[in-house]
Design a protein around this ligand. Structure first.
Ligand code: MD3
Ligand code: FE
Length: 222
């Protein structure tokens, strides 16, 4: 079965090859394949983080269970429960601090931010989202970070996804942007408060990560 939103049928004339810089807005772009040179450091580092702070599906303030599972590293981790969304110093699951940010993560985030025109980005939090076939992320704004000028750097790994890049109101139309293994998206400044989301993940197993997509988002929280 195919739909107009299928990754396989989407934007046949879009060049998504490594090295392409695709502008999404005045301060938002996709750097195709930018994370590929870091892959041998990235994947084992994610495994170590997930061993210390296992992925878990969180409850939202509305009472629903997120279809995406999360973990993270750095001095602050994002959590959600019936009382709301927030960052915390300790992992509520274990009572322990989040695993340290691996050097390769910091290097990649700095390098990608600089390539996108944001000098001197130093993330202090990295959220790791794990999608399985069918997992999705509804349109939302990232507004739990105090510094809304700092960029966010997002690294896509594993199965491809269709990213929704919206406007400043939830009802604004959203562009559909395919994101592949190794792609890095960077956005800040005027594009920082855009609504965004991820379409339900289709089942196109990845040779290395099999039936999952991992997304790292690097942030300067406060
Ligand atoms: C936002 N994650 O964790 S990040 C999140 O793929 C989150 O897991 C998504 O949204 C994921 O909060 C998407 C990618 C992204 C790229 C460009 C953007 C988010 C953006 C531009 C403006 C605002
Ligand atoms: Fe987000």
């Amino acid at each position: 079965m195919t739909s107009p939103f299928d990754v396989a049928t989407l934007d046949l004339f879009r060049d998504t090859s490594p090295g392409q810089h695709e502008s999404l807005g005045p301060a938002a772009c996709v750097l195709r394949g930018h994370a590929l040179p870091w892959m041998e450091a990235l994947l084992p580092a994610i495994e170590r983080i997930a061993a210390a702070a296992p992925f878990r599906q969180l409850t939202t303030p509305g009472g629903g269970l997120m279809s995406v599972a999360l973990t993270g590293c750095g001095s602050l981790g994002w959590t959600s429960d019936e009382y709301g969304y927030r960052y915390s110093r300790l992992n509520p699951e274990s009572g322990k601090p989040w695993p340290a940010m691996p050097d390769a993560f910091t290097e990649l985030a700095r390098d990608a931010a600089a390539a996108a025109g944001f000098a001197d980005f130093t993330p202090n939090a990295c959220l790791i989202n794990r999608y399985r076939p069918g997992s999705r992320m509804g349109l939302h704004q990232d507004k739990n970070e105090r510094d809304t000028q700092a960029p966010i750097v997002s690294v896509s790994l594993g199965m491809p996804a269709v990213f929704l890049f919206g406007g400043f109101k939830r009802s604004d139309p959203a562009a559909r942007v395919p994101l592949y293994h190794g792609d890095v998206a960077v956005w800040g400044g005027a594009d920082r408060m855009r609504y965004h989301g991820v379409m339900p993940l289709q089942d196109f197993p990845h040779p290395r990560l099999q039936r999952q997509r991992l997304n790292l988002t690097f942030r300067w929280v406060a």
